[in-house]
Design a binder for this molecule. Sequence first.
Ligand code: EPU
Length: 415
Amino acid sequence: MEKLIINGGDRLKGDVTVSGAKNAALPVVAAALMANGESMLEDIPGLRDVFCMMEILGAMGASVSFQDNVLTVNPNGSEFAEPPYNRVSKLRASYYLMGVLLARQRYARIAMPGGCAIGNRPIDLHLKGFKALGAETSIDHGVVELKASRLSGAKIYLDYPSVGATINIMLAATLASGLTTIENAAREPEIIDLANYLTVMGARIKGVGTDVIKIEGVQELVPAQHRIIPDRIESGSYMIAAAATRGDVYVRNSLSEHLKSLVAKLKEMGVIIQEDIEGVRVTAPNGIRAVDIKTLPHPGFPTDLQPQMMALLTQVDEGTSMVIETVFENRFMHIDELKRMGANISLDGRGALIKPSPLSGARVSASDLRAGVALIIAGLVADGETEIENAYHVERGYEKIELKLKDIGADLKVV
Ligand code: EPU
């Protein structure tokens, strides 16, 4: 998907079903290497990032297959080959293989995950955790090497509740000896999902979803079956798109308990949200008001919905909104693109002021996944044709987005 062309102006209307969560699937698929035998993972979204992880596992010597959103992984009991640089450099989540390999074979050599449009994204907290567990860590010419003769449980305080560091330490500690405590741990639902999978595999983990996670190491893990949670960011993106187009959309397979901050903000704006056991219906009357947003670790407002929310905030009927991004230092690349379409946004450091203004179709470019979806939402409300270059970013995180949007009335095509 190189380019997306959207003819804006249609209200979104109908049912859309959310896929399994990308950011839960990626660590779960990596963790399947920790048990000998075949693990069966269900509701895995068919996404570029997932296929990239599959290719990495395959190149390391594991057997992997994917059909109808079921992914099977069998590590084949082998000593793993080094994950291939050309894939690792394209997938940040490949760093979960550090925790997995350290746990499984007490040794890992893996290229640093590449740079990223939304910020520097260092891995110092991951390495600090591995060191506390007894690993020697070094970085040479962009390659991380981890070695441990023995991994022992430790008390680790994270300076920041990093999702990746919490997951990596949890993975390594699962097969360490003794008790590991992670303090100031991240509380994202994807961490709970991984812990649920590891627990079925035989791990002993308590406290996930709070800021103190305790892991009592076990000798080995067994293969297991697991169903991935629904993707809260995909769900939130469709909810925001529905509100922006003043539509009426039922977002199926959506867990609103994972999206409390978004639901609260949409309600504050005047959007009508009706939750039931299967999902959530979003309708947007006229008279939508501006709100202020500050991104924070979960359960605060997710940074992964900030660009989409900004597109919606250009379309309020009254007021000026402020968006403050605290998680990533450079996650405002969508602003210049939204401005090409007529948005009235002024940026000062980590804060952006958004005044409502009509949008019109333009040629824009997606700098990353979530920025790409923000541009799609802007294109849906804009007058005329919007051409989004580098739209392939969107395929990293939104399964069948073209079809799903067409089904609810969007006029778009992939070039
Ligand atoms: N950080 C450090 N040192 C570290 C680790 C993180 O300084 O060792 C900083 C980062 O630079 C960033 C902040 O801490 O400023 C938060 O990073 P975190 O580690 O929590 O994020 P991540 O694990 O790299 C995951 C998701 C992101 C999502 C963030 C925050 C995956 C594969 N990625 O990234 O998802 O934005 O958590 O919720 O799960 C996306 O899906 O579009 C995406 C970017």
